[in-house]
Design a protein around this ligand. Sequence first.
Ligand SMILES: Cc1cc2nc3c(=O)[nH]c(=O)nc-3n(C[C@H](O)[C@H](O)[C@H](O)COP(=O)(O)OP(=O)(O)OC[C@H]3O[C@@H](n4cnc5c(N)ncnc54)[C@H](O)[C@@H]3O)c2cc1C
Length: 532
Amino acid sequence: MNDTYSFGAFVDQRDGLDWYADDSVLQQVLRHYAGDDWESADRAARRISPLVAGPWRRLAEEAARPEMRPRVLHYDGFGERIDRLERPMQIEKLENEVFSLGLFSKTTPPWSRLIQLLLIYENGEACIACPLVCTEGLIALLERFADRPETHAILSHCRDGHDGHFAIGAQYLSEIQGGSDVPANVAEAVPDGDGWRIFGQKFFCSATHADYAVITARPRGSDTIGLFVMQSYENQSSKRRNGFTIDRLKWKMGTVELPTAEITLNGARAWQVGPIDRGVANVTGIVLTTSRLTVGLSSAANMIRAVREARLYADFRTAFGQPIGHYPLVIGQLQTLARRAHETLAGAFKIYRDSLSLPDGFRGGLASGEPENLRRRAFRVRELVMLQKLVASLDSTDVLRGAMSIFGGHGIMEDFSALPRLFRDSAINELWEGPRNVLLTQIHRDLQRAAHFYPAAAFVQDLLAGAPSTVIDPLAKEAATLVAHPSLLTPDDATVAIAGRLEQWAHVLMHAYQAQALREVETKKGFQTAKP
Ligand SMILES: Cc1cc2nc3c(=O)[nH]c(=O)nc-3n(C[C@H](O)[C@H](O)[C@H](O)COP(=O)(O)OP(=O)(O)OC[C@H]3O[C@@H](n4cnc5c(N)ncnc54)[C@H](O)[C@@H]3O)c2cc1C
């Protein structure tokens, strides 16, 4: 009788897992790439994992219900315009607990931060991932450019906390006429005393509940774009917005727990960050590069979780008298999904390790005047971050879709597993922080600009060091051909063909890099494979 059927055994096992302690591949990848930091990172992961997989997972799931969507309260009962964001208490609790970890504080070692972020991202957006990413970008920017009491105070509030409260950052770049084309921003910055006032509209403002935002605007009368930081309220205790209104919240397909607003700035007070004519270079080279690195990490996190749950389900569910996980078609699909998830994970950790080794961290543009070998290393990291962002975010939707199909019809049920939510969130990862075409165009331009100190073929050879020459050689040769094409901006047949080849090359190159990153771990003595 069908009515005796129960999913209980599967649900109990899935919800009882410890996402770090039960994942031998994750542990080994961390051990390999974290180097001397491994012990503290391992301890941090073991401490946080039961929380992430237990109470935080449940909060994220409750907050994902349709009736929990954020909304904006424009006026209070006294007719005051307040534009307050109302979010469910589950999100506020999760946010308090996650941000009070002080993940970006100087006392948190980099690998402890990374592994905790990865585990947190396994819960999808949950109105946590984007605020974390934006806060990290704001901190990286201010660590480089804070030069006055106000910007130092914002930095310390975000990084080290004030009286135990850790502030949240946002980033407001995109305008209605173009998100990719930041140089075309029309929002204006007008000098006001020792600061600036911002006027204009921003069309995609996520984490609108944040305490501070990085914002791009054109200094009045200038051809260039400046970069500024503003606080969200007039002052810390005020409920009045700092010279802007929240016009509406967007109705989105993914990251639905996260408010994304359209706002109008009408003289918001802001502080300049970095040279006034270097706004685009600094927001791209520091803020967006930091965010893009994290998009790669969260794509890996989504995949790992999806594969883990699909495997469990394949063991549990029977069809035609045997567990579906015994069917060769399912075995093969799960192996492919797991391989992609683990390669993405290893690639993300390897890029992070290399980014930590850059003495000056991320920066705007292609620097000159430093030893060639350092310049090449920085260039590799810069390109890898973009390659990973565009490839891993696409793979993540593929892996999620594949994992959902192992669940059959239950795969698309929002209250059966988190996979549909992670799938919708993954689709957003493809778009924000630079969509794929913009990144591919930038990579092509970068390879051309770097050709005098780093020929494209040599770049590929270094990137894939250790991989078989049958993998490296065709990719190096193709890189040289792609770079020889003068520009991607002419809409003729030859350029369309080159653009398609560039896209294909980027994916094959990144997959080869990720495969090599995992191979490095697997060829270590004592490596234990995960099932199946
Ligand atoms: C859920 C969500 C939240 C967001 N939150 C924020 C936020 O908090 N802050 C913020 O500033 N922005 C945010 N964005 C905006 C996001 O960064 C932009 O959507 C993105 O930059 C693309 O801009 P656009 O949507 O205007 O597309 P467009 O720039 O109009 O691009 C449309 C298409 O044209 C392609 N294209 C553009 N330029 C080129 C080129 N040179 N060569 C080839 N193809 C090109 C793009 O790849 C894309 O496929 C958010 C977006 C989403 C979906």
